[in-house]
Design a protein around this ligand. Structure first.
Ligand code: ADP
Ligand code: MG
Length: 682
């Protein structure tokens, strides 16, 4: 939709090799060069006499080469001595080319930029930036911008290309004057010119300050582009069509009547939000958040029934085989008595069983299909898919989510997650979702007691487990995460299982891990559910969603290796019944400061939202988003936590802009987003 005549969006013209390198920097259009901003600045405006040059900061000196030699100890290196009117300085190169030897021949005059340090043989600079100069050559008038670049694309070349665009491209403002004045933002062209070509009055320190008006303007523009794009995505969805789902409630009532508990107020409220959404003619895209144990599964079941009542099929997808199987068991127990067929689909089904399931799903005899992402393989066809429910949605990659959106038109989507989204992320990356929150735990839960215990006291922990079993309770024993090697982790689980079986001869100790066949896993989990196993040794496969109410003790080895969200999830496996539950976090001393800070958070907090908030502070949002695997393009200039105020005003402005200044809004999006994907998951 961008105007083709706009020269800013024309491709960069350069030799093919350069274009390839620019592409790796995300630069395709001429305007992208304008938005390629310096990482930092070098000061070549001031020349220091060698004797006066301060230590510990980059300085520029000039002198004549008076000696050059190659030393061989402790390793081959080029050592050059230069001299000015005040003294001499050694320049040392551990890596060097013959061309540098030539450049640094005796009698040559050079400028060297680098930090001076006291070496064994006097003052020296290691690997300075060098330039050959004539005597009396003028100094740079302003700081030199240093750009992010890739091999083969030098700073001067990149700088020239960028400066050429600054000189030739029109850089009109995309913010209406009224907005700019109200928000006290610098003009766009002024801001980019200042950052690319700082006036002499600016110091490197001033330019590095994120509060500099020029940086503020760039960050604001970036955040505004993100907000505009989220708003548009939200609108587009609102305009999309989906089946109106309005059941008469008879199945929901039947299930509710069979339940041994009443729904909490929060569960009832989110159900109304969900069913209201599904009754509208455009696709629901709702995230159901509720802390671990808040009772999301029954909400999923009742939402599914609302769709089934109205004649639609439902798919429920879970990220792990164990969890999917558990959902299958639970949902069949709830739904089959109402005469509803539930199909089960996982990657490990035998061919024949799978064929039968597929047929049942295709002809509509199965009304609910539960499974892993196997549910969304190409050959799975539904008769009338109306609702897709995704449990623990944050565990799925973007690709899987996309495949799912393609199934059966655009059905309504309900995503569930125990991982709360911190406010800043909810305002930005997830702004196109509607969110329902279960902010209340079912009654009758006793709070979980968390203990931190040094690994050296393992025997006491084993004794503790023994006593709990004696009282009829059950325990999980989670083996450490070993990131480097899955095999090692598996080995540890097997060893721990053997050891605990020996330590607790009169208890039944089971083992479950990721390499077991799904059938075996399911059998172990079922035996644990029936209390035929008292202690379940597990790898982190039990992390999400597993629900065995009688288990009231959770032991986690090497808790310091795990993420906070993961620990919170694991701890949430207990505290589900009426018994008083305990979570023992074992750690290996000594702990790093970071590990201490994190264990303190989990020790002091039971509220998942608070844990996520503190986690975000410790780790930053990148980790939270799982950006590396999800491919969500991160913000380049703005920082969600630090630039909250800017984010808030961008968010406030976006709808206003779309309404009152649609052309400017479009120009703004073209400038910032064209050529790349949406800021979010497409
Ligand atoms: P999560 O939100 O972590 O997925 P689950 O749906 O697994 O939680 O529910 C945790 C436990 O709480 C289950 O055993 C479930 O049957 C029970 N539960 C759910 N809702 C209620 C309620 N309103 N009253 C009592 N127990 C409930
Ligand atoms: Mg769950």
């Amino acid at each position: 939709m961008r105007p083709p005549e706009n020269p800013a969006f024309a491709p960069v013209s350069a030799p093919a090799a350069t274009l390839k390198r620019l592409e790796r920097l995300g630069i395709r259009r001429r305007f992208d060069l304008v938005l390629h901003l310096p990482l930092r600045y070098e000061d070549e405006t001031h020349l220091y006499p060698i004797v006066d040059a301060p230590y510990g900061q980059p300085v520029l000196v000039e002198g004549e080469v008076i000696a050059q030699e190659i030393q061989f100890k402790p390793r081959r290196q080029l050592v050059v001595q230069i001299e000015d009117r005040t003294g001499t300085l050694v320049l040392r190169f551990i890596h060097f080319y013959p061309s540098q030897q030539k450049q640094l021949a005796r009698g040559r005059r050079v400028r060297a930029l680098g930090e001076i340090r006291r070496g064994f043989f006097g003052d020296e600079m290691v690997h300075p930036k060098l330039r050959e100069v004539a005597e009396g050559e003028p100094l740079a008038e302003s700081l030199t911008p240093i750009y992010p670049t890739v091999n083969g694309l030098t700073q001067p070349v990149l700088r020239r290309m960028i400066h050429r665009e600054l000189d030739t491209l029109p850089l009109p403002d995309t913010l209406p004057d009224a907005v700019r004045t109200a928000l006290r933002l610098m003009a766009f062209d002024e801001a980019v010119k200042l950052l690319h070509r700082p006036p002499p009055a600016y110091s490197a320190q001033q330019l590095a300050d994120p509060m500099l008006p020029a940086w503020q303007r760039l960050k604001f523009d970036e955040l505004l582009a993100q907000q505009l794009s989220m708003r548009l995505a939200y609108r587009a969805r609102r305009q999309g069509r989906a089946p109106v789902i309005q059941g008469d409630g008879h199945l929901r009532q039947a299930l509710s009547a069979n339940l041994p508990f009443a729904l909490t107020g929060a569960q009832q409220r989110v159900l109304v939000e969900i069913t209201t959404d599904m009754a509208k003619p455009h696709p629901m895209n709702r995230l159901l958040q509720g802390d671990v144990g808040s009772g999301k599964t029954i909400v999923a079941a009742l939402s599914a029934l609302a769709a089934i009542e109205a004649g639609f099929q439902v798919a429920l997808m879970a990220p792990t085989e164990i969890l999917a199987e558990q959902h299958y068991i639970k949902l069949s127990a709830w739904l089959e008595p109402l005469g509803i067929r539930v199909a089960w689909l996982s990657g490990s089904l035998r061919k024949k069983a799978r064929g039968e399931m597929l047929a049942d799903i295709a002809d509509g005899s199965a009304r609910l299909a539960v499974g892993t992402h196997a549910l969304f393989q190409e050959d799975v066809a539904f008769e009338t898919l109306g609702l897709v429910i995704v449990d623990e949605q944050h565990r799925f990659g973007v690709g899987q989510r996309l495949a799912l959106q393609g199934k059966g038109g655009a059905p309504h989507q309900l995503m569930m997650s125990a991982t709360p989204i911190p406010r800043t992320l909810a305002m930005s990356f997830y702004a196109d979702l509607d969110v329902s929150v279960i902010d209340e735990l079912p009654p009758g839960r006793t709070p979980i007691v968390t203990k931190l215990i040094n690994n050296a006291r393992r025997d006491e922990v084993v004794g503790f487990v023994d006593r709990a079993c004696h009282e009829g309770q059950q325990a999980y024993w989670v083996c450490p995460l070993i990131e480097e090697s899955e095999t090692l982790q598996l080995q540890t689980a097997v060893d721990t299982h053997l050891q605990l079986s020996e330590d607790l001869p009169h208890r039944r100790v089971g083992l479950v891990h990721g390499r077991m066949k799904p059938q075996e896993k399911a059998e172990v989990m079922a035996a644990f559910s029936r209390n035929e196993i008292q202690v379940l040794v597990a790898t982190t496969v039990i992390e999400v969603g597993v629900d065995v109410p009688n288990a009231s003790l959770m032991v986690i080895e090497h808790a310091e290796r795990m993420g906070l969200a993961q620990l919170h999830q694991l701890r949430g496996r207990v505290g589900r019944g009426a018994a008083r539950s305990t979570c023992v976090l074992m750690f290996e001393a000594p702990l790093s400061e970071l590990a201490k800070a994190r264990l303190k958070v989990i020790y002091e907090n039971t509220d998942g939202f608070e844990i996520a908030r503190q986690d975000l502070q410790i780790r930053g949002p990148g980790e939270f988003l799982g950006a590396r695997q999800s491919g969500v393009p991160m913000l380049r200039f703005a920082d969600l936590e630090k630039d909250l105020a800017l984010l808030e005003s961008a968010r406030g402005l976006a709808p206003e802009m779309l309404k009152s200044w649609p052309r400017e809004a479009e120009a703004h999006l073209d400038r910032w987003l064209a050529g790349r994907e949406h800021f979010l998951k497409a």
